[in-house]
Unconditional design. Sequence first.
Lengths: 265, 326
Amino acid sequence: MEILRVEGLTVRNRKDNAILLKDVSFSLNQGEILGILGESGSGKSLTSLAILGLLPPGLKIESGAIYYKGKNLLSLYPKEWEDIRGKEISIILQDPLTSLNPVLPIGEQIIEVLEAHLGMDKRSAWKRAIELLSEVGIPEPELRMKSYPHQLSGGMRQRAMIAIALACDPTVLIADEPTTALDPTLQLQVLELLKELNQKRGLSIIFITHELGVMRYIADRIVVYYKGEVVEVGETEKVFSKPTHPYTLSLLLSYPGSPVSFANG
Amino acid sequence: MDKELSSQEVIAEVKDVWKRFELRVGIFSKRTIYALRGVSLKVFKGETLAILGESGCGKTTLGRIFLGLEEPSKGEVYWFGQNIKTLSKREFKSLRKKVQAVFQDPTSSLNPKMRIRDILFEPLSTNFKITKDEGLSQIEEVLKKVGLSDKVLYCYPHELSGGQRQRVALARALILQPKLLVLDEPTSALDMTIQKQILDLLKELRLSFQISYIFITHSINTAKYLATRIAVMYFGKIVEIFPAEALGKVFHHPYTELLLSVSLDPFNPVKPSLSALKVEPSSSFEEVEGCPFYPRCQYKKTNCQTLSPELVEVSPGHLVSCFERI
């Protein structure tokens, strides 16, 4: 079942009229992990900002629509956005240290979300926050509630971010390069956690990355971006074994030690 | 000279190097971090030695020590057989041109207010008596070597793409015809299609310039692609050294094994083992007695907690510091 659909999205920069996204279309199915693959500046993150209605004021959506459960998000009023953003669709970003509030304990940061969106009282929000922390695999969650972001390791911080993003039990999670700043061992832990949430909760995930290994590991389907355009959409296995677009092929060949036979076949 | 006895010429060497950093925490208290805990390593002529490790393991500090940019708290650094502590200023300067560096982010390592021609002329003018016009032919030549046209001569760094900038940084290092180049994650700030180009360029330049590389990286995959020898660092120590072609074919140190098991190869998707992942890496503040990898090791025995293993050669060119592997 389709849960989110981006249709012909075109975004321009107001200043120099440059096209940043050109006629971007793809859809996300319920319970699926959809990978967005592309190099820096190809418009991956811009797409995720557009889905959350967070495009910077200098950018203009020229045409297109984003349907979430049949409703066009682009026609929402600011007040209506509040019921979607962070509640139904939430996001985790690359560097948890810059996206977490450095002067607030992580427990408070989760409670904040629960109070604002779900109107919970402090006591039940506290309880729920502990549950969330233990769900994302943070040991001794009661103690960790009072930790500040800088007291946690990189992997723990990213888990705390995920806990905040999951606080309102969203249907869609956008993960924008969530493991790029992490060491390989921690990276795999976070990927595993996301996979588990996908399977247990049926969480639909849009996973943005430029790393081929990560993409193949986590995604069910892949959307390939090139200079603001979608050049290929397909099942992960198919994209990796039989890429159709020449750009996708060049991406795959850029992997050090990619099989040579593959270039001819 | 025992160095002459070995079949290979040693370009640079560190002997039992320790590096301590004092960190201020709060107003009165200080904490000590050991970035390096007794590292000894040789770089041979014409080789690419990859230093592989996760963030905070001390690989960048080791690179800076090799470059003479950082003074070790304890231990010696040798360039071409000479202890750099005992060199006079003039001798140091004459050897300094032979040891050059390329850093991770070309945007911050190139002066934004200088044109490419001036950026490349600076190393020449500080080392030789040379006029700008005389330098030009050398600059043009080195630009050609790194695959840039002389159109970029009068550009500023911001006018170039990331890959072009990294080529300029490379040209600046190569223009003095160094014998050793320390490359500190030279491709991790670049896009993936550009990364491969730079790696291939590095391979090509190593042969044409006859230089040795110290290639600092966190990616096991790029290390495998570029290196001839790989040294794995953990917690300020070298835990394993092996020829690059042996990767995955020998009994590795448990940490290298862990790195191999979590590396995600898009063309060979095997399910990584998750058993070893449960324990978080320890922080560099903690004092360790015994093997630093002990808390995360799946082969640990009781004496690993108290005794620290030494690097021991288990087969030609393959050194491991692990009781289980000796």
